[in-house]
Every structure is written in C-alpha cells, then in structure tokens.
Design a binder for this molecule. Structure first.
Ligand code: ZN
Length: 81
C-alpha cells in the first residue's frame, strides 16, 4: 500500500528511499506521506522532526493524497497545538 507513494516520478522515489542520506519524505505508520519541515527543540528530549502531510508531489506536482484521506488515516488527534 505504501508503495503507491513514489510511483509518480523518480525524484520522489529517490527522495523517499534515500540510501545515502536520511530521507525527509517518509511514509508514516498511518500510511500517510509526510515531509519533515524542520527541527523542534524538546525539553528533556532530543530534537524532534516536525512532519507535515504532503498532498502534492514536490517534484512533479502530482496529487498524492487528499486532506480528507490524511484525516481518515491519521485520525483527529492532530498535534498542531
Ligand atoms: Zn512526483
């Protein structure tokens, strides 16, 4: 199922597979495609990545998933606070 992401173009596929670097575009446990947009400093913890769902391929512009799909997969417990 997760294999559907990255099928639109080689650039996205390479960015997700990243053998020589830590991919910033990843498929989460909820099967939603996320892009890391930055680092957040957490008290008492290591810095964490801030992920945001990707709706369109950043390379070719193809629609990958819709906000509705993401909401269904990820649930309503968004931690945007
Ligand atoms: Zn693409």
């Amino acid at each position: 199922m997760a294999g559907t992401f990255g099928s639109c173009c080689a650039e996205l596929k390479d960015a997700m597979s990243g053998e020589e670097f830590e991919p910033l575009i990843t498929v989460g446990d909820d099967n939603v495609l996320y892009m890391s947009v930055g680092l957040v400093e957490l008290e008492d913890e290591e810095p964490g990545m801030v992920d945001h769902p990707v709706f369109f391929c950043p390379f070719c512009g193809k629609g990958l998933q819709t906000p509705e799909e993401v909401r269904e997969k990820a649930g309503d417990d968004e931690d945007d606070a």
